[in-house]
Design a protein around this ligand. Structure first.
Ligand code: XMP
Length: 512
């Protein structure tokens, strides 16, 4: 077992994910409760995360002294490295030129951390993101690697098995980072690597049973992989104590509602309530163009509908959701944490306090691809598990500006044509997410002999492994040309098609 102490970095879950990929169980705890968790869990190794805080600020967080006294191996990442250095007699200074992005580190000496990965004397790319740096090494530490701006890029106290990196080994932009984490977890901490999705499924089922007891649970189904996997897992844990509620908010893609109802009612035999709430949502969204207002409006109505359904079903104390880790991290500040609000995800944000149901979120620690693995583990069909993610607020956030029923119809048609072409070209599984966006601009065109003045539409397609970062998909131009021609010919209301070539960051995947 590995304990990960979280100081509030945006990417702490990636550390946990890397550890899971090594088949090792890990838990993330916020620094405030780290001492207690450490005593209870008795981990074989501890990882200290990065942080938006600065070690040189008053009141910035520290690791509990117990872990340094315990003799377990420790791996400090970025802020975690600085905390480790400072708490063991070194010094850290702020105010240096901040360093972000790619850097090259040069390996000065061999270390068990580098075994089989990095060689002495060679240079390797890493991803840096920091403002502070160490200025004095604590006794017993040595420098194992340097970069141009980070004289303490990797430090180690081999005797105590303490390691620290100024860069982030957990992100994919540090290509051998996962291998360094593997060395820490498997070789240095001596963890076995026998933890699997099967184990996750069993542990999570036990956790759900323990939490829910004989209580009733309502699960919000969206039609996507996440809520479906959550529902099936919960159904496996507690059977018909679960009722699924599928709210049709009028912001779904073509044919989606029918598919969900068939799969759950007929195929899985899970109790399902299909709520027709299209008018309620679309009326509330009329005239709204601010993305955050849209998201919050949808979130609020969703909760209201749930409350009503919960009352009808009667006696449900729990609300289940397929919230994933990227939803959590991008919304933390909304729920009071330290990182910055990018978007208020409607399955986490907007939960009014008056709602007196407890949340059951069995996927809260997982990334999308891990949820897919869990879906296969649960026997979900490939075509369902392989589906692209679809956001809770649906087409509302793919229709910048004001939403109308007419625009939604146009968008549904364009989206269906686009996805049809992607499937025909055999590209669906190569793409993380693909969809059309209806732009709130009309442009002039010419069709036949006539002038047109219609909407422009943007196509989006990205590759990603976790939704946190993404690249646009490099279609060939002939494919794009085909899609554009079909959309303009078949979808009335669109006379221009563009392709979005923004990656994330700096863009986000959805347009709002
Ligand atoms: P962004 O646009 O933030 O999207 O780069 C990252 C991933 O999250 C999905 N997404 C959402 N999923 N509720 C959800 O369940 C939401 O409110 C929401 N907003 C974005 C998005 O489709 C992408 O997969």
């Amino acid at each position: 077992k590995i304990l990960i102490i979280d100081f509030g970095s945006q990417v702490t879950q990636l550390i946990a994910r890397r550890v899971r990929e090594e088949g090792v169980y890990s838990e993330i705890v916020p620094f405030q409760s780290a001492a207690k968790a450490f005593a209870e869990m008795k981990p074989k190794g501890v990882i200290l995360s990065g942080s938006p805080a600065s070690v040189s600020d008053d009141n910035s967080p520290r690791a509990p002294q117990e872990i340094f006294d315990s003799g377990v191996p420790i791996f400090g990442i970025c802020y975690g490295q600085q905390v480790m250095a400072e708490q063991n007699g070194g010094a850290v200074e702020g105010g240096h030129a901040a360093e972000f992005g790619r850097a090259e580190v040069k390996v000065l000496q061999d270390s068990p951390l580098f075994e089989g990965v990095w060689k002495k004397g060679e240079e390797y790319p890493v991803w840096m993101s920091h403002g502070d740096r160490i200025t004095k090494l604590p006794d017993g530490f040595e420098i194992c690697a340097v970069s141009e701006h980070a004289p303490f890029a990797v430090i180690a106290n081999e005797q105590r098995r303490y390691y620290g990196t100024q860069f982030h080994p957990e992100v994919v932009h540090t290509p051998q980072g996962a291998a360094l984490i593997r060395n820490f977890v498997r070789k240095i901490s001596g963890c076995q690597g026998d933890w699997t999705m099967k184990a996750f499924r069993e542990e999570e089922i036990e956790r759900i049973r323990a939490k829910v007891g004989k209580g009733k649970v309502i699960c919000g189904l969206s039609g996507g992989v996440d809520s479906s996997v959550a529902a099936i897992l919960i159904h496996e844990a507690i059977g018909d104590q679960l009722t699924c509620v599928f709210v049709d908010h009028g912001l779904l893609r073509a044919g989606e509602a029918e598919q969900v109802v068939t799969l759950f009612r007929d195929h899985y035999n899970i109790p399902l309530v299909h709520v027709q709430a299209q008018d309620m949502f679309l009326d509330a969204l009329a005239g709204v163009s601010d993305p955050e207002v849209k998201r919050k409006t949808i979130g609020r109505l969703f909760i209201e509908v749930f409350e009503q359904e919960a009352k009808k079903i009667g006696g449900a104390e729990f609300l289940a959701q397929g919230t994933l880790y990227p939803d959590v991290i991008e919304s933390v500040s909304f729920t009071g944490g330290p990182s910055v609000t990018i978007k208020s995800h409607h399955n986490v944000g907007g939960l009014p306090e008056r709602m007196n149901m407890q949340l059951v979120e069995p996927l809260r620690e997982l990334f999308k691809d891990e949820v897919r693995k869990l879906g296969y583990e649960l026997g979900l069909p490939e075509i369902f598990v392989g589906r692209h993610p679809f956001p809770g607020p649906g087409l509302a956030i793919r229709c910048p500006g004001e939403i109308t029923r007419e625009k939604l119809d146009i968008l549904r048609k364009a989206d269906a044509v686009y996805l049809d072409e992607i499937r025909k070209a055999g590209l669906y599984d190569k793409i993380w997410q693909a969809f059309a966006v209806l732009l709130p601009v009309r442009t002039v065109g010419v069709m036949g002999d006539g002038r047109t003045y219609d909407y422009a539409c943007a196509l989006r397609a990205v590759t990603s492994t976790d939704g946190m970062t993404a690249d646009f998909y490099p279609y060939d131009m002939a494919f794009l040309g085909r899609v554009a021609t079909r959309i303009i010919n078949e979808v009335r209301g669109i006379n221009r098609v563009t392709y979005d070539i923004t990656s994330k960051p700096p863009g986000t995947i959805e347009w709002e």
